[in-house]
Every structure is written in structure tokens, then in C-alpha cells.
Design a protein around this ligand. Sequence first.
Ligand SMILES: Nc1nc2c(ncn2[C@@H]2O[C@H](COP(=O)(O)OP(=O)(O)OP(=O)(O)O)[C@@H](O)[C@H]2O)c(=O)[nH]1
Ligand SMILES: [Mg+2]
Length: 668
Amino acid sequence: MREYKGSEIRNIAVVGHGASGKTSLVDALAFVSGSSKRHGSVKDGTALTDFAPEETERGFSINLACAFAEWQDTKINLIDTPGFLDFQGDAIAGLAAADGALCVVPATHGVETGTERMFREAVKRGDPVLFVVSMMDKEHADFDRIYQQIKTRLTNKVIPVEIPIGDGPMFHGVVNLFTKRAHIFKRGVRTGEYEETEIPAEAQEQFDRYYNELIESISATDDTMLEHYLEGAEISRDEAIAGMKEAMKRMELFPLFCISSELNYGTQAVLSTIVELMPNAYEMEELHAFKGAEGDATVEIHAKDEAPCAALVFKTTSEPHVGDVTFFRVFSGTVVTGDIGCVAKMRNTHTNDTLSTRPHPVRLPQITFPEVQISMAVHAHNRADEEKLQQGLHRLHDEDPTFELHYNAETHETIVSGLGERHLEVNMAKLRRKFGVTADLSKPKIAYRETIKAKAEGQGRHKKQSGGRGQFGDCWVRFAPQPRGAGYLFVDEIVGGSIPRQFVPAVDKGIQEAAVRGILAGFPLVDFRVEVFDGSYHTVDSNEMSFKMAGILAFKAVAAKCKPVLLEPLDELEIVTPDDHMGDILGDLSSRRGQILGTESGDNGTVIRAIVPQAELHGYASSIQSMTQGRAFFKRHFKGYEEAPHEVAAKVIEEHAKEREEELAAAH
Ligand SMILES: Nc1nc2c(ncn2[C@@H]2O[C@H](COP(=O)(O)OP(=O)(O)OP(=O)(O)O)[C@@H](O)[C@H]2O)c(=O)[nH]1
Ligand SMILES: [Mg+2]
């Protein structure tokens, strides 16, 4: 491949809902440009950008992947992104590396949640967007309907530039509104060969309608052109193209195309349009980066060859036999300015790292990834694999920042979190293939706690006579509740040396040790105060160990008398939902023992804030998705502990007793 200058490079992310035809489009574009020698297919597992075994097995994209098409002396980097919301981390990373987006909308299903989410994400980033109506050859394809749908659901600034001749099985050509010429495709071949003709009579009426709309829309974005137009002067093709390109940068126009990737109809026009209308890598707006490795002094980054090199890592992967691969986008300076590259064997680089030069260290703006939605406990299938499991999980997190893990010290479980069930399931498959570890997912245990609600006092007395030297420790303690979150407090009230000074800390230690195992259901007892106020000792038999035992016995005797109760962890949820799903969501929250804090209207719908017990939130992400067809989203964070209602506590205590019995039975 020849070397390309920044002005000859286009970086394009291909985004849209799941199964909208993105991967097929990328393959068709690479093929029709001649950059790829064969026309691959998602169905056969031969598509250029769906090569991971997890993808070919399932038939959909999981990781972002790059392909390129050389067309009209330009290198078009195409970043294929996954459409399923479970994998949207990679779609967002793909957009961050690109200067423009193709938003793919299937001619059959039209606009869906994923289309909406990714279109808004691209607009938020200020990337020009080109809409592509895909699968025009399929039964029930309907270009006009999809165009109207994009207009009402996404943006009224969408404007067709290529229109189809025939829909569905009758689709056999396209008319370009700029050139006023038609391409009639050869039937039976899938190479995109066509004959260029005048506009056929059957398409004339549609052409006239769309042509007027196009010229009106472009003119409306530019005063001089508008004047020409109103005077009735002809707008030249060059003028229209230049006007369109500027309007696209300002998000004032979004052109619309139609294609069939399967048949390769309309794909060459998409390539030419990317070259003509999408910004090249030199045209990006300056970025505001941070100077140096720390601090918040900023510096502007301009896309220029002679500027110091600054590149952003937007993805890393590791593959058996290949090793680590780092994808980066150069924003200034050379490797080659503006290009997307990947290198193997770059150690210790992670997504969102900036690669810069030693004399000019900078940090580029970070990609903001979506927050995790679901959590599961993970266990290695074979105990011996526990360490390999931990290593593998950390590597998977490095590859995918939306896949998180942490250890819950209270429940002794490793917890993995992600964007959906499918996301976690796919990561377990990667774990098996890449790291040879089979792991099982299960519902995470809830980290209940216990506390006391009344005061009481009592004795702990440990006495043991076993040949030679005995053990003797004896203490009197008072327990009292502390406010929620105040923790544990130990007070030494010993007067007159009834327990020798050096043994008092041992009593404290014994109580704390026993408190970890609680009194009701094996959960740590928290928020209580202990005063040790009396005791006795033996000059020969007393030692630290004996007083620690006395502390443990005192805990068991006294805590049980203090009205112990179970505490359950609560999360605060912030849910953003379209108004028409409000009722469903509120109803569902109350069935989960949720307490609604309030609702207010925001930019993207109604914001509901609620506090819900963690025990009731398992599977919430899936149920909110199905309740709202994926249109609502939520954040959750730990709020605190509150006393569990009686029935809930009774059930947890009963389960614990059963587990203990089973453990004892197994031990015998
Ligand atoms: N008939 C027809 N089928 C198509 C066309 N484009 C894609 N398909 C089929 O539609 C299905 C989905 O296509 P993909 O290219 O995998 O869609 P995607 O958008 O990459 O899907 P995700 O990776 O899941 O987001 C596959 O079975 C394709 O073979 C087309 O132009 N015509
Ligand atoms: Mg795909």
C-alpha cells in the first residue's frame, strides 16, 4: 500500500443497531474498492471484521475491528462496531477514533434503540453523519418509509442524496441527485457492476420530488446559495457539494443513501461520497489536551505532520499466538498523521492512554465509557484454576473497560460487572478460549450485616484445666447500639485492675473476631459499643489467649440478648426513561420494595430516583430493557444499610441455618 497524507485519509466509524448490516457493509465497501479480494459474508463467518471465534459462532459483532478501502486516491479507514447495546463500549471507542460516522438503518426494520443511541452519540461528538439505508434488496424494504422514520425519530435534517429504483426484490438501481444520472446494476453478478444511464422514466417523478427537497435544504444552510435559489438560478454540482460538506460539519444536514451489501448495489457511491463529503484527518477541530503527565494545564493539538506526535489508544486486545495488539488514532505528528494504526507487542498500554513524545508529553481527552449495568459472581470451575481466572479477568478488563471486576471481602466472592447478560457470557467464552479457564457465573451473594437494637450486659468466662498450666480469663461487658454507620467502639472502664492492663486489648480482639461471624445468620455485626467494666484473673493461668476467648464468649452471651436484627444493603437508582414507560417502571420498582425519592423531567425523558434493596435488583438491567425496549437506562450506586423487613430477615436466617446444617453434615 502506498503512503497517504492526512488529507488523503478518512476515518469512518460504522454504527447502528444490532443486525442492521454494518459488518456486511464494511465488507462490501472493502471488496468493491478492490482492497479486499473476496466478498465475505457474516453468515459464512468470512466477513472481514467479524473474525473472532466468539463472533463467527454467534453471527454478530462483539469487538470493534478495522478494515480499509482505497478509493479515488484516498484511504478510507472503516471501523466496524458492534450494534448490540451489551457491546456499546467498543462502538463508543470506534466513534472516538473516527472523524465521521456511517449510521446504518435497515430498509426492513428501520430506526431502533441502537440507531438512536449511536446517532446521538455521534452528534454529541460533533462528527458528521451519513445515513445508509441497508438491505434494500430484502422483502418489505421500503425506502420512503425509512426516510420518514429517520426524519421523525432522529433528525429532520436528513436529506436523500441517492434514491433507489425499485424497492425490495425489485431494487435494481440508484439515482444520484447531484449528478442526475442513474446506475442500473447488472443482475446476477455481485460485483457492483452497473451501466450509467439517464434517469429512467419510472424514477422521474421520485427524482423531481427529492431533487427539489435536496436543493432547498442545501440552499437553506447558506445565504448566498439561498439567494441564487430564490432568483431561480441553477445551483451547480460543485456549489451544492461544497455547501453540503460545510452544513454536515455544523450538523445542519445528514445525507441519506441506499444500498444492498449482499448484491453490492450502491456501494461505490457510498465510497465516493465518503471521499467527497466526509472531513479528512487534517480537517478535525483542534483538540484540547492536558500538558504533561499530571496537572490541568492544557495545550491545543492540531492535526499537522510537523507537530509533535500525539495518539490515543482506543482499543487493546490480546490473542493467543499473536500477543497484545494496540489500536491507536494519531491526532498529530507522524507515524502517519491522522491515520489509524495498530501495533503488536506494546506492553502496558491500555485504552485511553496517550502515546506522545518524551519532549512533548500530553494527555488527550478521554473516551467516556457507559456505566456497568449488571453484576454476577464468578467462580473457576476447577478450584486449581483460581489464579488463572484472576489473571484472565484482569486481562479482559484491560481489553474492555466496560467489563469490570472486584473482590467482595464480605461475601468472599469475585464479582464481574458489565453492560448485560450477553456481555458477561461472551467474556466467559473469551476466558475459556484465550486463557483456558472455564468459569461459572452465579447470582452474587448479598452482603447482609447484623446489628443490635437494645442494651444488655453479661459475662464471658473462659476456664480450662488440662494437665500442667491452665487457661483463665473472665470479663464483664455492656453492649449498646450505635447510630447507623458509626461502626464499632470499645471502651475500657476497668478500675482497680480487675483485668490487668495488658489483657484488656485481648478482650477487644475476641469481641471483634466473634462479631465478624455475627449472631443471626453469619453476617458481620456492626454499629455497636462495648464497655468492659469488670472481670477477674489468675496469676498463673491468665494470658492473652484466655482473655481473647473470654471476649468471644462474652460476645455470644450478650449480643444475643440485645435484640439483634438483620441489615440489608440498599442502592440508589437514577433511571432515565421516556415518559410513556413511567408507569411500568414505577410499578416495577414498588414490587421490588423500592422507595421513590422523586421524579423530574430531564433532557432525555423523566428522571426517577429511588432506593431499592440490592437483594431485589438482580436482573434489573434485563427487565428494564425489556420493559422499555431498551429505551431507558439507569445508574446505581451503593447507598447504605437499613434494617431488613421481618419476613426478609426470617428467610435469610432460615437459609443460613440450612447451609450450616449441610456444612456440619458434610464435615461428619
Ligand atoms: N439480503 C440482505 N441481507 C443482508 C444485507 N446486509 C446484511 N445482511 C444480512 O443481515 C444480517 C446482519 O448483518 P450484519 O452485517 O452482521 O449486521 P451488523 O450490523 O454488523 O450486526 P451486529 O454486528 O450484530 O451489530 C446478516 O445475516 C447479513 O447476511 C443486505 O444488503 N441484503
Ligand atoms: Mg457486525
